[in-house]
Each structure stands twice: as C-alpha cells, then as structure tokens.
Design a protein around this ligand. Structure first.
Ligand code: TMP
Length: 207
C-alpha cells in the first residue's frame, strides 16, 4: 500500500486535538504504520521556531513570519515527513501548508501567489493526499480558545482575522474538493468522529 500523507487543519478552537485522537485510534485499531507530527514543529529546529512564532512577545513581520513557517516546514519535510513516506509509513500532520495560506494569506494578507511560490520551492510536487479541514463558527472557536491556557500570538488576534482565516480554509477546500474534506466540527463529537472515520475508510479503500 502506498503510504498516505494526511493533514488536519482549521481555525484555532476547531477541535483538532480531539480529532487527532480519533485519527490516532483509527490507525492503532488497524495496526497501520503511522507517524504523527505537527507544524510548526516536528523537528528540533521546527519546535524552536514554533516557540518563537507562538510567543506573544516575539516581534516578527509578515514576510518573516511566512518564511519562518516554510523554514520549519523544509526541515520537517527533509528530516521527518519524506523519510517516513519513503519507508512506507503513513504520516499525519497537525497542520501543514493550508495553514500558511489561511493564516499568513487570508489572515495577514500575504498574496496567495507568493505563498504558492514558496510551496513549490519547498515541497516540489508533494501535496497531502487527504486533508481534513475542521470548521466551526467563530463563536465556537472563541469559546473553546478562551477556556484553554493563556492565548498564544495567533490566538490573540481579533475576530476579523479569524473570519478571514476561516474563509480562506473554506475557499481552499472548495477549490480542491478531492483532497480537502470540510468537517462541520460544531456538532456532537461522536458525530464528527464517525464522519472522519468514514472518510479514512473510503480513502484507504481507494489507495
Ligand atoms: P496549534 O498547533 O495549536 O494550532 O498552533 C499553531 C498556530 O500556528 C496556529 O495559531 C496557526 C499558526 N500557523 C500559521 O499561522 N501558519 C502556518 O503555516 C502553521 C503551520 C501554523
């Protein structure tokens, strides 16, 4: 079986952590070889960049922020993602390049065409085989984020920023429906879990 590269994305508070566990259980029950990782992060360099990028005290410009996301991604691809796929191990990443299009593109206003240049430079032709976009209304996102720990540099953004981020995810998903599955995550989590499991089932039947 060709290994799959699966990503999970969505605005902050969309239920990613809960449904990462759904995906983990699904793979564990089938005893499939899989590696779980995250962005920004996944390598020592990536985790250091993550600390900087999420720290509210960090001063970083829009282009620098975008470049740092891709610097972390390049290392992640070279050291973790590509070697795992080459060994036949499935890879599930908590966020990937859709987040850059949504946050730095939609949220911050970096042109999508510029992000696409970096995407091609860093990834070549590699794209995820399957992407779950967890979608919730902003009120749900805010209610979930404010219940959690202290807000990071992104979580501190205003509602209009998250409205643009959310819309970017939805637009990207609409432009690539084969790869991107939008999941209404504003429902009972068992319903969401069942939908994700069903999509995984269909995906692995087809590959
Ligand atoms: P999270 O892993 O808790 O979701 O936090 C990661 C934060 O980083 C989240 O607010 C989204 C942001 N982010 C970007 O802005 N651009 C990116 O390319 C990635 C991967 C994440």
């Amino acid at each position: 079986m060709k290994p799959s590269f699966i990503t999970l994305d969505g605005i902050d508070g969309s239920g990613k952590s809960t449904h990462l566990a759904t995906i983990e259980n699904w793979f564990a029950e089938r005893n499939l070889p899989v590696l779980f990782t995250r962005e920004p992060g996944g390598t020592p360099l990536g985790e250091s960049l993550r600390s900087l990028l999420l720290n509210p005290a960090t001063h970083v410009g829009l282009r620098s922020e975008t470049l740092l996301m891709f610097a972390a991604r390049q290392q992640h691809l070279d050291d973790v993602i590509l070697p795992a796929l080459a060994k036949g191990i499935h890879v599930v990443s908590d966020r990937f390049t859709d987040a850059t299009f949504a946050y730095q593109g939609g949220g911050r206003g970096i042109p999508a065409a510029d992000i696409a240049v970096l995407e091609n430079w860093v990834q070549g032709s590699l794209r995820p085989d399957l992407t779950f976009i967890l979608d919730v209304p902003l009120e749900t996102s805010f209610a979930r984020v404010s219940q959690s720990r202290e807000k990071d540099r992104f979580e501190q953004e205003e509602a209009a920023f998250f409205a643009r981020v959310r819309q970017s995810y939805l637009d990207r998903a609409a432009a690539d429906p084969q790869r991107c599955r939008v999941i209404d995550s504003n429902r009972d989590k068992n319903q969401v879990r069942a939908e994700i499991e069903n999509i995984l089932q269909q995906h692995f039947k087809a590959v």
